[in-house]
Write a protein that binds this ligand. Structure first.
Ligand code: NAP
Ligand code: MG
Length: 401
């Protein structure tokens, strides 16, 4: 059969450790035999980021703005241990942080549901989609390790030189300080992407912050959401029979546990980071979740929500067998290919993406799965497959569809 042709390249961001191994297997087994795959390749593996002094990450973000669609492999965010392990020149920033700061926007994450893997929160009947603000707060912070006694102040200097000054703390000994920010522009576009996505997918929208404690910072998020809702979306929500619901973050967490699901939960950057891991692992595995960054000007970056699965990689390096789940990484590719097909009007590419997702889920439903899922499935007659054989089993299903 002739391979599916592409018009515009996808921005391909390769990554690290076990997910880098899966990346190549997915391309070799599930993509290259069927598609004349066009990509512009950026190696975001830590070694090459270090070699280019992280320029490659910035270049990949710029390429994403140019082409509109990217697919990203999980990458290492360096810490002290990685400095020695990879002999780094600097503790490079999180590539996701850099890319999100460049593209702005919102990350939408939804569990991948499959028969035989039931959420461990038993009343969750429908998926809960997390909408994570992708700009600012603690991900774009400035920190000081306070060496000893002294005064810490927060100072804003306006363009005309006038100052706003607040005392943060009078230190009587060593401590720590952190400066974070956000912008009304970014919060407004976050609000718009959430309301639009809720209308597109016909789901209610929840939003929560800690505005009772953070009376200016978090309160500003609450006010902007309310304002955007009333001015631009209330009528559309009423017409569609949908609800926008604001509450405190701790109340939201408690209520989420009691719901049936089937709504979008908008979260500030940090809350979204933490809560999406909770929702995905409650739905089976970190590897059973899709993740897409949508920028206000319509640029899309698809990725897996989990990390580089370091523990499995070290086993792999020692020649041991691994059973790492590639579903989220496969769905990052299908998401990107489907979007590319939609933008370039290539129905064959969109159909292929649907078919590959179907083949992936059907393979699991037939009892062929990786160890993380085998541990929790209600399927009988389960065959636990290693990383490579799971991908080969999906290829077999794909060819049978
Ligand atoms: P992780 O890679 O998400 O893995 C944590 C644990 O979750 C694994 O040890 C494994 O549990 C399980 N797991 C995650 N993905 C799995 C999969 N696909 N199949 C099977 N099990 C899976 O998080 P981490 O170990 O904390 O972080 C490793 C590196 O990833 C770090 O350097 C971090 O900076 C980076 N990271 C990158 C991203 C990103 O690029 N988006 C996100 C998060 C973390 P068991 O060991 O029990 O099998
Ligand atoms: Mg996280």
């Amino acid at each position: 059969m002739a391979k599916i042709q592409m018009k515009t390249p996808l921005v391909e961001m390769d990554g690290d450790e076990m997910t880098r191994i899966l990346w190549q297997m997915i391309k070799d087994e599930l993509l290259l035999p069927f598609i004349d795959l066009k990509t512009e390749y950026y190696d975001l593996g830590l070694e090459y980021r270090n070699k280019t002094e992280d320029q490659v990450t910035i270049d990949s973000a710029e390429a994403t703005k140019k082409y509109g669609v990217a697919v990203k492999c999980a990458t290492i965010t360096p810490n002290a241990a990685r400095m020695t392990e990879y002999n780094l020149k600097e503790m490079w920033k999180s590539p996701n942080g850099t890319i999100r700061a460049a593209l702005d926007g919102t990350v939408f994450r939804a569990p991948i549901q499959v028969k035989g893997i039931e959420p461990c929160v038993k009343n969750w009947k429908k998926p809960i989609t997390l909408a994570r603000h992708a700009y600012g707060d603690v991900y774009k912070n400035t920190e000081i390790k306070v060496p000893g006694a002294g005064r810490a102040e927060l100072v804003f200097t306006a363009e005309d030189g006038t100052e706003i000054r607040e005392t943060i703390h009078e230190f009587d000994g060593p401590g720590i300080l952190q400066g974070i920010h956000n912008t009304d522009r970014s919060i407004t576009s976050f609000a718009r992407s959430c309301f639009s996505y809720a209308l597109d997918t016909k789901q209610d929208l929840w939003f929560a912050t800690k505005d009772t404690i953070s009376k200016k910072y978090d309160h500003n998020f609450k006010d902007i959401f309310q304002d955007v809702f009333e001015r631009e979306y209330k009528d559309k929500f009423d017409a569609a029979g949908l609800e926008y619901f604001y509450t405190l973050i701790d109340d939201a967490v408690a209520r989420v546990m009691k719901t049936e699901g089937g709504f979008i939960w908008a979260c500030k950057n940090y809350d979204g980071d933490v809560m999406s891991d909770m929702v995905s692992s409650a739905c089976g595995s970190l590897a059973m979740m899709t993740s897409v960054l949508v920028s206000p000007d319509g640029v899309y970056e698809y990725e897996a929500a989990h990390g580089t699965v370091q523990r499995h990689y070290y086993k792999h390096l020692e020649g041991e067998e691994t059973s790492t789940n590639s579903v989220a990484t496969i769905f990052a590719w299908t998401g990107a290919l489907r979007k590319r097909g939609e933008l370039d009007q290539i129905p064959g590419l969109m159909e292929f993406a649907d078919k590959l997702e179907k083949a992936t889920l059907q393979t699991i439903e037939e009892g062929k799965m990786t160890k993380d899922l085998a541990l929790i499935t209600s399927c009988e007659n389960v065959t636990v497959l290693n990383s490579q054989d799971f991908i080969r089993a999906i290829r077999e299903t794909l060819e049978s569809l």
